[in-house]
Write a protein that binds this ligand. Structure first.
Ligand SMILES: Cc1cc2nc3c(=O)[nH]c(=O)nc-3n(C[C@H](O)[C@H](O)[C@H](O)COP(=O)(O)OP(=O)(O)OC[C@H]3O[C@@H](n4cnc5c(N)ncnc54)[C@H](O)[C@@H]3O)c2cc1C
Length: 557
């Protein structure tokens, strides 16, 4: 049994920022990969902050709320936007090498749905620069990290959190981590979809661990599809490419965004651009195979090499296309999880001593649609808040309970042994591949009642098949098959919530578009969804949206 005041699960930007904020207590981070391999490292386009003299936190907040299709909790958006300049400048002082203007200031580029060039960037490798800086700071602060440990259980008793159970991927042993407070910063679940920009490890296992411990999830039906992912591999082609002046065309050479968003054109928010591309493809104006063109050629080699070198390299390496000379083939793909573990702007959840921040949480600053550049920002702002609040809680109350922890550890060891000892059954990947296809086809950019109902039934069927899944590899050391099996259960949980939420929500808002209910319906649906675990499937309830700054209006771009 390990013991710390605070356990943080997740070594990405949110988890490490929380650890630094909580550092004067005995804090440890658990991560299933080396922290700098967390998905934060892949972020490309940049991070938002109102640094310009004619920009303000209010303008940033307005864009965020409008972008969210008025579902964001405005009190949390205020916290996010007010703190943004401080957090970005802090990263600069800690060592992040941001790109610069001619005057030497941090450069900012236009991004989708933003009324102002507000996205600070480090070429098109912003996440790489931020995460390496953050990890250096964690080393400087002597933060203890348990690497290659996967957390499979959150220990909760009588509404209070006592720690987590981890599975050591390197050795195959399970152990308890006793803690006064626990923070989850476990990232998103993109890989439950077939076409996704996310890292392979983004399977949402942390979100499901919290859900199974009784913590409600929120707004799971809102899944962000990024408009421009590379055709074939779905590697992200940053919105920054359009921010720098890239334009999209269909197979007839038309600049089709003129039809969908006459003012913002290619820089409309992601939900609108993703739908436009899908519609062009569905109506026969895409290229064979299902994609449109993103043209950067007119920007010239100098700008592309200076500001988008990563994009150029990705297109050359993975599609054999040089964007200096040819258009990039792009199509929408899953990109971000707006939903997640329900938490308030103090990062507190329904369970005492349990906090959530970063992409795994739904604090709800993004509502029904996140604006690009706001997620990196969220990890810093709410990572810090989660760390500070967990520290306060750990110092004032909270103590371990060895009896409860022992009991839960024994249960978990039995569960894993049960999986390993099964003599026959279906291999996990057949079930997983089917799940991904179901979600892509039935719970994607466009949704309707019939498809969602089918998806729900298919997921129930897959859950039955999962109960007989068979692990062929019986090794204990780095048994990735077992890890995949454990993750698959989480993926099924999350898929079930997404489809239940999407089926129930009879309106279109942000990323959730129902062809059978194409309009937003504030009278009935201006509310958050909440999902609670039950063995029969998710129980769905609703809660009001915090509207403190801007009343809902029609959303036009
Ligand atoms: C390709 C790409 C580009 C992006 N570009 C941008 C951008 O330009 N601007 C922007 O604002 N946002 C961007 N985003 C979104 C943004 O990068 C992420 O939302 C954000 O970095 C998430 O950070 P995080 O700390 O919450 O999670 P992550 O960085 O995903 O870290 C999750 C951590 O949790 C650990 N973990 C997970 N489950 C477990 C478990 N069960 N047990 C133990 N450890 C676990 C992992 O090991 C990892 O350390 C991009 C996303 C992608 C995929």
């Amino acid at each position: 049994m390990f013991s710390h005041d605070i356990i943080i699960v997740g070594g990405g930007l949110a988890g490490l920022r929380a650890a630094i904020a909580a550092k004067s207590t005995d804090v440890a981070v658990i991560s299933r990969v080396m922290p700098i391999r967390s998905h934060s490292v892949a972020a490309q386009g940049g991070i938002n902050a109102s640094l310009g003299s004619d920009d303000s936190w209010e303008k940033h907040a307005f864009d965020t709320v409008k972008g969210s299709d008025y579902l964001a909790d405005q009190e949390a958006v205020e916290v996010l936007c007010k703190d943004a300049p401080l957090r970005v400048i802090e990263m600069e002082h800690w060592g992040t090498l941001f790109s610069r203007t001619h005057e030497g200031r941090i450069a900012q580029r236009p991004f989708g749905g933003a009324g102002f060039p507000r996205t600070c960037y480090a070429e098109d490798r912003t996440g790489h620069n931020l995460l390496h800086t953050m990890y250096e700071q964690a080393l400087e602060n002597d933060i203890m990290v348990y690497t290659e440990w996967m957390v499979t259980r959150l220990v909760v008793n009588n509404g209070r959190c006592y720690g987590v159970i981890g599975y050591n991927i390197a050795t195959g042993e399970a152990a308890g981590f006793n803690a006064k407070a626990v923070i989850f910063a476990t990232g998103g679940y993109g890989r439950i979809y077939k076409r996704s920009t996310n890292a392979i490890i983004n399977t949402g296992s942390g979100i499901s661990v919290a859900y199974r411990a009784g913590v409600p999830l929120q707004d799971m039906e809102f899944v962000q599809f990024h408009p421009t992912t590379l055709f074939g591999t779905n590697i992200l082609i940053t919105e920054g490419a359009r921010g720098e002046g890239g334009i999209m065309k269909n197979k007839n050479g038309e600049r089709f965004m003129e039809r969908y968003s006459p003012h913002s054109l290619d820089l409309a928010p992601r939900d609108i651009v993703a739908r436009a591309i899908r519609r062009e493809i569905n109506e026969g104006r895409g290229f064979d195979g299902g994609y449109v063109h993103l043209e950067l050629m007119h920007l010239g080699a100098k700008i592309i090499n200076e500001r988008l070198p990563g994009i150029r390299q990705i297109a050359i390496d993975f599609a054999d296309i040089d964007p200096v000379k040819e258009p990039i083939p792009v199509q929408p793909g899953q990109h971000y999880s707006m939903g997640g573990i329900a938490a308030n702007s103090n990062c507190e959840t329904a369970v005492q001593g349990f906090y959530a921040c970063g992409e795994c949480s739904c604090i709800s600053v993004h509502g029904a649609n996140r604006l690009g550049g706001n997620s990196l920002l969220e990890t810093l702002v709410f990572g810090k808040i989660a760390g500070e609040n967990a520290k306060k809680y750990a110092l004032s109350s909270g103590s371990g309970d060895a009896v409860i922890m022992d009991r839960e550890l024994k249960d978990e060891i039995e569960r894993i042994r049960g999986l390993m000892q099964r003599k026959e059954g279906e291999p996990f990947h057949v079930i997983r591949d089917k799940l991904k296809t179901v979600l892509d086809e039935k719970a994607g950019v466009f949704r309707d009642e019939k498809n969602l109902e089918d998806a729900i039934n298919e997921i129930i069927e897959l859950e039955k098949r999962f109960s007989k899944v068979y692990v062929r590899n019986k090794n204990t050391i780095f048994n990735q098959e077992l890890v995949n099996v454990i993750e698959l259960e989480a993926m099924l949980d999350i898929a079930g919530c997404i489809c239940a939420g999407a089926f129930n929500r009879m309106e279109s808002r942000g990323s959730h578009f129902r062809t059978d209910y194409p309009l937003r319906d504030d009278a009935n649906w201006l509310k958050h969804s909440l999902f609670t675990f039950s063995p029969q499937g998710p129980l769905v309830a609703y809660k009001p949206v915090s509207i403190t700054l801007y009343q809902p209006r029609t959303r036009e771009y």
